[in-house]
Design a protein around this ligand. Sequence first.
Ligand code: CMC
Length: 377
Amino acid sequence: MAFELVPGLEGVPIAESGVSFVDGQAGKLEYRGFDVETLAENSTFEETSLLLLHGKLPTHSELEAFKREMVGYRKLKYRIIDLIKCLPETGHPMDALQAAAAATGMFYPRRRAMDATTRRQACYRLIAKLPTIVAAFERLRKGDDHISPNPNLSHAGNFFWMLSGKEPDPAHEHILDVALILHADHTMNASTFAGRVVGSTLADPYCVVSSALGALSGPLHGGANEDAILLFRKIGKPENAKNVVGEMIGRKEKLPGFGHRVYKTTDPRAKILKRYAEQLTKASGSPNYEIALEVEKLGIAHYGEKGIWPNVDFYAGIVYSELGIPTECFTPIFAMARVSGWLAHWLEQLENNRIFRPTQQYTGKHGQAYIPLSDRK
Ligand code: CMC
């Protein structure tokens, strides 16, 4: 039977899923039926992670138990710290994160028989450890000592602590927490799909997450938040935006942080991050927000009719930069959030698993004659 080839699988469902929902025309995103804007206003990353993983909001005691368990998992095995020390300091933190996440699985080698408890522990462990890996690589590659997690701080607050050794500013802690909520899941995106494909082979969750990390690192996916801030920095001041963006349009170069396979209007997550970008740059005096506004105006004027609008990555970089986070850690922060979604999809995949094994349209040759090496020209 011949099937139609759909490049990029656009519009092709690959699973039934109840984890999240996007209405690309209305610019709406829900996790387990809850509007993401409501969660950003009222929830925490910890609570949102439980919602994604288990499908319902936790009770007070469930949430407290989860936080306690997560705190217990935050520390890294000393050999993982040694591994991170051996990685090239010039390497990208996403690659370090992928390597360390995969290696972490070697300490918990339960490749096959995974009962519900082991699966749950693996999920919590991965969510808890990713920020520790990111912060450890960032410090160690700069020649600073690794800072142990602080059990008294929230997931977001502890990340600041492990990066700087200082208690976080509560306002900054809240903004990072919101950013983590906003990035925690997004239906069948490339990294989630990669994770589900690997999960469908019954590979362990550390392999699932490391594969998803590889997919997220690309500039068409999570890497765009770094590219967007690099563009704003290159532009330097709002007056330069017209020339730089005009040249990019002329070269048919994609604007980072613009466009989406599903959204045909502004991404709801970008609207929330835009407010924080404005608030933070007003306080700091950075020109990046004004520059971004110019780029946004020019981008929408040129591409809006085609359905190309700002996505989550457009303002995220400005927010992280204002929070004092190093540029190469922007995509790892996306990963620290999305790991909850990847694992929720992994659990869902296993409930009704069948290995992914799509097909192809063969365009190669048939029946070639083998010419011995000595006779080939
Ligand atoms: N700037 C200019 N033109 C664009 C852009 C952009 N950012 N995005 C898409 N287009 C054009 C593209 O050139 C193509 O034009 P034409 O039909 O004339 O050839 C058309 O729009 C369709 O683009 P596509 O690349 O085929 O669309 P897609 O659905 O395959 O890709 C995308 C979606 C997000 C990869 C793409 O919009 C893109 O590359 N954006 C820039 C990178 C980016 O911001 N990525 C983050 C995505 S959101 C968060 C995440 O998932 O990580």
